[in-house]
Design a protein. Sequence first.
Length: 349
Amino acid sequence: MAPDAGLVARQGFALGLGAISGYVFYRAGMPLPWMLGPMIANTIAAVLRAPVAPPMRLRPLVIPVIGVMLGASVTRDTFAHLGDWVWTVCILAPFLVTAAFASFMVYRRAGGYDRVTAYYAAMPGGLNEMLLIGTAAGGKEKRIALAHATRILVTIAFVGLFFGLVLGVRSGGPAGRPWIALDALGLMDYLVLGGCAVLGVPMGKILRLPAYNVLGPMVLSAVVHVTGIVHAAPPTLIVNFAQITLGTVIGCRFLGSTAREIGADLILGLLATVAMLGVAVAFAEVTSRVTGIPLPEVFLAYSPGGLTEMSLLALAMGQDVAYVSVMHILRILMVIAAAPVVFRFTRGD
């Protein structure tokens, strides 16, 4: 079936808006400019009912590219620090319980949500997983979706802007990397990295990894880089386009809703996310003191954003991508496994 010309035009406009806003953020020296700019610009455009649409067909093509880029940052030195992560993992569970409870109280007491909707809106797990489980349990689908979309949006924006404006962290180049030209890679580099992107997705799916379309390519990319098969990362131009696409898709999640229609839910989502971020700061401070791991790194590991986005932020800020990614994988797995079980023991007013 031929794509609708009007839809293609709206998607093109959204991507163009994303590219322009990404460049503006890049010139301003903000961390992760090529995703943060498109995300914020398209969120505003979607709420104002501008003619934008998410380029959903491009998303499964660009997500593996980001996975390959993240895997390229893993080195042999990464594995020397695995023992230092034990305390972070031990503290992760009580952090999730505290953060989820704080968010639940916002939705339940301040927002008056029913218990099911409030519970699954508050869980800091994957958006798709919480939406499916929460809807099946009888929660209100649109409110749960909006809660998680707001959580991811606010977390990425807050963390990125906080590091850029408050801590003065500046991007040293696109996504914090030096510019890598298209011709900087040889034919073998392209074949190997392309193979990681193509084969990593089905591999991740077979292994049932959370966010398999980014984690599968990331694992394969890490293997070929650690073993020295390749040393190059994906070209900057391709990576920038992938980030513009991802940021545009995130921003367009609010399409079809006006600020008046979703104002109250958005405010609740903002309050709930701020509550979780406050808990993240407190637990990150404790974990940093116990482990000696830098506070910004632990904060990124505990921040309740998306796995892909928080890993990108870690890369942009020069933090340990493997550490941040592993903690977010564990966070998602813990929430998916525990949320339905805990709910069955706590349901009922």
